[in-house]
Design a binder for this molecule. Sequence first.
Ligand code: ZN
Length: 133
Amino acid sequence: MLKKVHHIGIAVKDLKEAAEKYVAITGIKHYETEYVPGQDVEVAMFEVGESRIELLQGKSENSPISKFLEKNREGLHHVAYEVEDIDKALEELKAQGFALIDEKARIGAGGMKIAFIHPKSTNGVLTELSQVK
Ligand code: ZN
């Protein structure tokens, strides 16, 4: 059902500073940044092989990333898996009793259809499903 790990989301306080570190770590000089209004976040995406690292900085106090950083240190925020059919995947997970944050898919970075599964259902890790097209 899950095709691959699509990306790993990392919550950061300062996107520019974090991106510079990830340029140094990955050796990838070209990365894309994007503002995602749905979550009020600025995102930097680094393609590493067939997966990506997604750095996330909240743009206001109301952003879920800012709220996360009030309670947690910078670091792992979520793991995202690519799925073929997100609506079907959500239906199947719901039927199995997983706690869904998003009952329906919404639009995330890169125009992907995304939905989150509550970490209480997934051993403490916020889990995202992504449908690329
Ligand atoms: Zn993500």
